[in-house]
Write a protein that binds this ligand. Structure first.
Ligand code: NDP
Ligand code: GDR
Length: 372
């Protein structure tokens, strides 16, 4: 049988990197869409890079952008993919309030551009497409836990753009018989999660504080609850969704929810530091209660976290918890990582990275400025 060909948009992102690894291991030829940037933006996939002079490459990158129809049409024509994974997006909910029009263009109309390219090129029977839909569609709580039948109530320009992408995917499936699916994925994290998402912001700050590189950090809404899984589990599911007999929409989640505050507690617990939270709302702070690890000794009573309202969102999504029964039963999907495994994985990686940063700073190779 000939090798399957996949085209991944958003290949340089967290999920794009893990999905590329996964598909390459399965024997796919993987094409990825990357944006032109003034600095290299391929950190997460550099280990997969193949010199363009090598013949028979199975990992090939192309310049492009979700806002450029002709570029997408030309690439799909050249690549003739069996499977497209549309992971590219302006994916930061808070930033989408600052850039609503661009977010609608890249995340909403960008999805239409791919679907219409499939139709225009007559690939309806050949090319299957996965759309990266999101639990943000549920927004304001309508039902708990949230499943494929829970009504949507998006609460940000990002979620509204993704809602358009969700329905245009369903519409092209129904109107043109394209094998097009939405994976409604709940939050998933990893050591290569973008640094400004809350979990990674916490594990990086915890590492720096434990190592004595930083005194304290700031967060927004500590009461928000999220259903956090590991990205490695979730990219496996993207592939499974496109292998099913029928094109459908699927919720992927762990079924457990945790507050941001508890994620902070868990991260510090990884380095043997117990925290105490005091105060409420914008006045809430966290202090060191005890230290049980000789490597990370902080002063008892030291303030390490405060709330900064600049991280509040104009409209917030307070509670997400997913019901993945359909995927569990029909596709046999199960998470391999528990939240504790995820925190450990992220903390181990960030402690190492911060130690390297400190080493480079000590040798005058870099300055330790972190913007979040
Ligand atoms: P990331 O933010 O890590 O990656 C996003 C990717 O999209 C990057 O490769 C980025 O490129 C690329 N991108 C952004 N804008 C454009 C554009 N205009 N044209 C081409 N490429 C673009 O996201 P994740 O990997 O975490 O998420 C993958 C997808 O899944 C996203 O669509 C996200 O909205 C969705 N999702 C994510 C969830 C999660 O918890 N991670 C949950 C549910 C859905 P660059 O590297 O150059 O910035
Ligand atoms: P989310 O992820 O908005 O759920 O979107 P994020 O990690 O940004 O926020 C989760 C929750 O934490 C609260 N929070 C903070 N968030 C950030 N980023 N920074 C802070 O300082 C902070 N303090 C508290 C937020 O208010 C929120 O309630 C992610 C993205 O990956 C989307 O692309 C994806 O669709 C959804 O997950 C599912």
């Amino acid at each position: 049988m000939s090798q399957k060909v996949a085209f991944i948009t958003g290949v340089t992102g967290q999920d794009g990197a893990y999905l590329s690894e996964f598909l390459l291991k399965k024997g796919y030829i993987v094409h990825g869409l990357k944006r032109r940037s003034s600095l290299f933006n391929t950190d997460r996939i550099d280990h997969l890079y193949q010199d363009p002079h090598i013949e028979d490459r199975n990992f090939i990158l192309h310049y492009g952008d979700m806002t450029d129809s002709t570029n997408l049409i030309r690439l799909i024509q050249e690549i003739q993919p069996d499977e497209i994974y549309n992971l590219a997006a302006m994916s930061h909910v808070h930033v989408s309030f600052e850039m609503p029009e661009y977010t609608a263009n890249a995340d909403g109309i960008g999805t239409l551009r791919l679907l219409d390219a499939i139709r225009l090129l007559g690939l309806e029977k050949k090319t299957r497409i996965y759309q990266a839909s999101t639990s943000e569609l549920y927004g304001k709580v309508q039902e708990v836990p949230q499943s494929e039948t829970t009504p949507f109530y998006p609460r940000s320009p990002y979620a509204v753009a993704k809602m358009y992408a969700f329905w245009i995917t369903v519409n092209y499936r129904e109107a043109y018989g394209i094998y097009a699916c939405n994976g409604i994925l709940f939050n998933h994290e990893s050591p290569i999660r973008g640094e400004t998402f809350v979990t990674r912001k916490i594990t990086r700050a915890t590492s720096r504080i434990a190592l004595g590189m930083q005194d304290k950090f700031y967060l927004g809404n500590l009461d928000a609850k999220r259903d956090w899984g590991h990205a490695k589990d979730y990219v496996r599911m993207m592939w499974m969704i496109l292998q099913a007999d029928e094109a459908e929409d699927w919720v992927i989640a762990t079924g457990k929810t945790t507050t941001v505050r508890d994620f902070v507690r868990l991260s510090f617990a990884e380095v043997g530091i117990e925290l105490e939270f005091k105060g409420e709302g914008v006045n809430e702070k966290a202090f060191v209660k005890s230290c049980s690890n000789d490597d990370y000794q902080l002063e008892i009573g030291k303030e390490i976290l405060a709330v900064d309202p600049r991280y509040f969102r104009p409209t917030e999504v307070e509670l997400l918890i997913g019901d993945a029964t359909k995927a569990n039963e029909k596709l046999g999907w199960k998470c391999q990582y528990e939240l504790a495994d995820l925190v450990k994985d992220m903390m181990t990686s960030d402690l190492n990275l911060m130690k390297k940063d400190q080493y480079l700073a000590d040798a005058d190779y870099r300055t330790l400025n972190y913007y979040e």
